[in-house]
Ligand binder design. Structure first.
Ligand SMILES: [Zn+2]
Length: 194
């Protein structure tokens, strides 16, 4: 019985290593360091790209295969993470926040502010096209849903009680955000130039 169990374990481990090899070959441009830090939404996700701006349209089954359950729940099922659970809520590193489902740049750290609402908050997206706005009448409320401009992942909502200069508060689920430090982006930029 013991031998049988360990055999099953070995087979499982072998399968896992095959999967991780495949994941690495699809993301050659990413550094190992980055892979370790932000595993969600990258490994085995062929549509994830920080440079490709073409729209992503996949079936729900396909999304389910390439996203982690947490990201899938927020992005595709319009879920909401529990308040005060995101590591990004009180997080002040300088850099860029990307869509965890597709890699689209969404927000810059200098537009982030401490709203106290329990979710990471920003007053302005990276660009007009980075976000899609949709009226949301669910739960007996009149709100404006914000979605990723590239893959239509649900991000959160925007409210009109934010700080200047926009007066807007983009209330975003931290699970759908993928952060990259400014220095790493600069370093990569320099490497690409050489
Ligand atoms: Zn996206």
């Amino acid at each position: 019985m013991m031998i049988r169990n360990s055999l099953i374990l070995i087979i499982l481990l072998l399968q896992l290593s095959v999967v991780s090899c495949q994941a690495q070959s699809t993301s050659q441009s990413k550094t190992m360091n980055e892979e370790k830090k932000q595993p969600e939404g990258k490994n085995g996700n062929p549509v994830y790209s920080k440079t490709d701006t073409s729209k992503v349209k996949l079936s729900e089954e396909e999304w389910k295969k390439i996203l982690s359950p947490e990201v899938y729940y927020i992005a595709r099922q319009k879920g909401t993470e529990r308040p005060w659970t995101s590591k990004f809520e009180h997080f002040s590193e300088v850099g860029t926040y990307y869509c965890a489902a597709c890699g689209n740049p969404l927000f810059l750290s200098d537009t982030k502010f401490d709203s106290g609402c329990g979710w990471p908050s920003f007053y302005q997206p990276v660009s007009k096209g980075s976000i899609i706005y949709t009226p949301d009448h669910s739960h007996g409320m009149e709100r404006t849903e914000v979605q990723c401009g590239r893959c239509k992942a649900h991000l959160g909502h925007v409210f009109e009680d934010g700080p200047p200069p926009t007066g807007l508060r983009y209330c975003i689920n931290g699970v759908i955000l993928d952060f990259e430090k400014a220095q790493q982006a600069e370093k990569k930029h320099k490497e690409n130039k050489q």
